[in-house]
Design a protein around this ligand. Sequence first.
Ligand code: NAD
Length: 359
Amino acid sequence: MASDNKIRIGIIGAGNIGRVHAAEFSNLADQCEITAITDAYLPLAQERAKEFGITNVAVSPEELIARSDVDAVIVGVPNQFHAPLAIQALAAGKHVLLEKPMGINSDAARQILKASQASDKVVMVGHQMRWESVPMQIKEQVERGELGKIYTAKTGWFRRKGIPGWGTWFTKMNEAGGGPLIDIGVHMLDLALYLMGNPKPVSVYGATYAEFGPKRKGIGTWGKPNWDGTYDVEDLATALIKMEDGSTLSLEVSWAVHMDTDNTPFVHLMGSEGGASYRGGNGKLLTEKFDRPIETALTKADNDEGERRRLSRHFLECIRDGKQPITSALTGYTNNLILDAIYESSRTGNEVKLNWDIK
Ligand SMILES: NC(=O)c1ccc[n+]([C@@H]2O[C@H](COP(=O)([O-])OP(=O)(O)OC[C@H]3O[C@@H](n4cnc5c(N)ncnc54)[C@H](O)[C@@H]3O)[C@@H](O)[C@H]2O)c1
């Protein structure tokens, strides 16, 4: 920490999400300072440094991690590099804010979890949806017991025509680890499990499909295509996750589908006393009273500072107070374990029992 008690941050990855983090942490200048940035493509790091007044551009992640004026590292690079960079940063005594998915697969995530358990530093995963206003209001109701026992939940995100960056790292199995399941499905899985109260998942049945990507159909506007690249990930996934307490979660996501969809993320919690529905930033609480269905709308305040600002504050607070973040390495690992099981179930056609042994 600097002599003025500000937490000094280094950013690895100056692409889309690196820029978002640079903007958010720049807005918390009373608590932190971004002291260095790097990217595999250095001109981009230089551009971001200029944009956000960051003094140092490191020539490599190794150089950035080794800097004595960096207390915390943000990792915003393709999924295959999450584990090696996070583990390296922890070994150098740095706190880590890691983009989602925590690992490219559960093996990588397990390595991060073990490194995190062996360290006294903060490891947090960037699942900003947990800090959205409506999910926070729903979580409060769940914790107060207003929904009773949540026995089943449904989550997903159907994009009609939204394959990002065809042929770039997004659509390559060895760099991303999967398609919409690992890209947007991991956000929905994370949010739904959190809102359900983090029940322990025990088994998974899933299926994945690729009916658009390999035919160069379903392309969205996010990220430029690279037509010399490859597409070897799914474009739709569906799964049923069973919990130790008997509850279930259904997860369905697509980058591309022929379906009447409003393209918005959703979570529906179904409880014995009430339900809650989140849909693209808005929500409802549902119950029955005096034989009548009751619905209460949930919205965010006009002056809401936003989920990413709250996420950034939480990271800084956890570092300052030595607290475990709510999106910890364990919840990141849980997500990766489930995602791997969905892919395995799709390959084998069988239900997959989750192996929680982290040795
Ligand atoms: N939380 C969210 O809402 C959200 C949104 C977008 C992306 N993400 C995640 O952020 C990560 C990056 O996604 P993006 O959209 O910013 O991708 P991007 O392609 O826009 O940016 C990635 C950057 O990383 C750089 N890079 C690649 N390998 C590197 C390495 N080894 N060392 C240093 N730099 C390297 C690239 O040059 C590129 O500039 C992914 O894991 C993605 O899943 C999260």
